[in-house]
Every structure is written in structure tokens, then in C-alpha cells.
Ligand binder design. Sequence first.
Ligand SMILES: *Cc1c(COP(=O)(O)O)cnc(C)c1O
Length: 432
Amino acid sequence: MVNTTIKTTKSQEIFASAQNLMPGGVSSPVRAFKSVGGQPIVFDRVKGAYIWDVDGNQYIDYVGTWGPAICGHAHPEVIAALHEALEKGTSFGAPSVLENVLAEMVIDAVPSIEMVRFVNSGTEACMAVLRLMRAFTNREKIIKFEGCYHGHADMFLVKAGSGVATLGLPDSPGVPKSATSNTLTAPFNDLEAVKALFEENRDQIAGVILEPVVGNAGFIPPDAGFLEGLRELTHEYGALLVFDEVMTGFRIAYGGAQEKFGITPDLTTLGKVIGGGLPVGAYGGRRDIMSMIAPAGPVYQAGTLSGNPLAMTAGIKTLELLQKPGTYEYLDKITQQLSDGLLQIAQETGHAACGGHISAMFGLFFTAGPVHNYEDAKKSDTAKFGRFHRGMLERGVYLAPSQFEAGFTSFAHTEEDINQTLAVAREVLSSL
Ligand SMILES: *Cc1c(COP(=O)(O)O)cnc(C)c1O
């Protein structure tokens, strides 16, 4: 069912009004479609693998509300659990047993986590973990990687210029130099660069934070030995290793990248999937480190809505659904079918492309590759990606509106959805 003349009149009207009400018309920048051109569609409802816009058009969705919807949108069991929880109230601001239940599930699932603190977003989890890293080591510098995203807190808004500048320069006005002066950056997959930073800053580096599989510069997996190397270097220099698994947690394996690759960091941040579509983030790790968090210890961190009963309920039900045998095998199978299919079609239609997948996360770059880091990713033909994105959208496939975002599948996606997506991709790529 190919429809290249979809009507989006209502979407356009609503987005036009939104632009007078909210900066750029959105509540978060990438949603505005700036990097692919054209106008965003305005959603009306979501269910399973599909979304519907306000004009009534249906799309197969590979954004999954940026990751949380791994069971498919509005899973009936999640919705039923939320209805029940809603009757008991929307917020307690006090302990509830639901926090214990989700905490136990997270501790059982994620190898590094012995204790956990719930917050409301991935950004919050990363901010808190940074304070904790610094407090525990009594050191102020951190290493992050070019192209990795750890939320929008000042200290992380640094990408550092083309491999030269390792001293953090802020990415956004309003971020004081002092906020990023302790943020050192290295190219992803470059152990030598990390070692050099440790040598130049002996006894000053609190830790290394990374997306163990990058999703925020497009999909970039770690090279063989990279995560192991970071584990060794951090041990050698007395620093902490932090996996930001806000995206990969419960997505590339139930226990995240640390389970998948068998590397256990000291601390981990989580978000997205653990909230099952409601706002939840979390950070956790070694008991001796987590015991420094207030009120057990002196490191302050708090939240009015943290541990919210509705959010805990959606998280618990989502993780329960993910525990069903065969879930990750299925996710891997359909995502491989999609990823292999896209690469093959790109090749047959004469486009330089590379990409891959791990479980329910995938990516496609319009460059011959290989892509090992953000510099490589930036060689992609982003104008072509914009045309590809628009072509797919007009034919009922909703992809993340940027070359530098990973794609997500869910266990609501069927083989038929994948085949239809590939048929659409063939038509679009043949026309580019
Ligand atoms: C999405 C994301 C964040 C930020 O989470 P929010 O809930 O959007 O604040 C942090 N780190 C990674 C790896 C992410 O993908």
C-alpha cells in the first residue's frame, strides 16, 4: 500500500500554531525535522508498531518514542496495569513497594547494579552519576567520547573539535567554559587517545562515561577490545567506568551492553525502556559507591516525582514482558532482516551505505564506511538521508528524522511490517 500523496494539512496547521507557542514548535529539538527538511507530522495516537497522525495517516514506526516502546506502543498489559495504578493515585512523594519491585528487577538484570536510585529522565541520571563519580574519587575531570550524548546538562555539552582539542569547549551558548573545562573528549573506539588523556592528567580523572554502543551519532558498535581496554585503563589509573545505558539498557540485551559484551562497569545510567513510556531514569552500581548518595551518604540528589507510582508500574510491566523467553531472539531476528535488507537494497540501487544492528537497535549511514567514530559518521551524505527520510515518510514509514540517530524495533513489529518497509525502501532508494 504505497501512498505518495498523503495529506498532512492538519499536521501543518497544528505545527504552525505550535511555532508561536513553543520555541521551534516542539518540546525537544530533533522532533522539528530540521536536519531532514520538511515539516514534522503531528501524532494523534500510537499502538503496537504503528502511529497515526492527526490527518489519519498510518505509519510503521522505527522511533518507538526514542526507545521506550520496545514492547510496542500502548501494550495492553502495560495500559491495564496503569489503569489499576491510576485508581490509587498519581503521585505519593513517599515510599511505595513499587519502587522495591522495580529496583529488584533492575538489580537482578544489570550486572553492575547492586543499588539503584530512580530519577525522572536520562539527563537527570547522567547529571547525578557525574556528581557521584567526582565525589567518590575526589577528582574533577571526566572523559567522554565525541558524538556520545549524556543528556543536556552543562558538563556534557562538549564534542571537541576534530581530534585536536581535547579541552572541553561548550557546544551551546549559556554553558560557561568553567562548566566544561573538566570534560575531556576522545574519539570513540580510540584507546590510545584515552590512554594519552590519562597520562596527561594523572590522578585527576574521576572516570570515563560512554554509550557502550553509540546511538546518538547514528549506530556505532564498539570495536573488539574497546570496552575491555577501557575497563583495564580505568582500573590502572584509579578511575571509574560508567556505562550510559539509557538507550542500550534492556534493548540490546535484557542486562544491556554490559551483559551482551561481558564487561562490568562501576556505575550505570538507565532511562527510556525502564519507564515503559513514562518518565523514568535511574542510576546504580557498586554498593560502596551508591552508599554515598543522600540520605545514606553526603552526595545530594533528590526529586519530587522520583519513584512515581505510575512510572514504576509501567516500568515493572514492561520488564516483565521482556522476560518472556525468546523476546530478544525475536528482536534480533527481525532487526537483522531489516538491517541486512536495507544494506542490500542500498547496494543494488547504487548507494554507498553501511550499517548494522544489535538486537533491537540498528543504523544505516549513507557513506561507504566503515564507521568507527563520529568523524567517520559525519562523512555521511546527510542531504541524501533527508530525501530518503521524506520518501519513507510519504510512503508510511516513520524513521528518526536525523542521519545521526539509531533506529529501534519492538516485538510488536512483524515480519510483514519489515517486508513492507523493505519494499518501500526499494522504491525510495531507486528514485534517489
Ligand atoms: C536519551 C539519552 C539520554 C537522555 O535521556 P533523557 O530522558 O532524554 O533526558 C542520555 N543518554 C543517552 C545514551 C540517551 O540515549
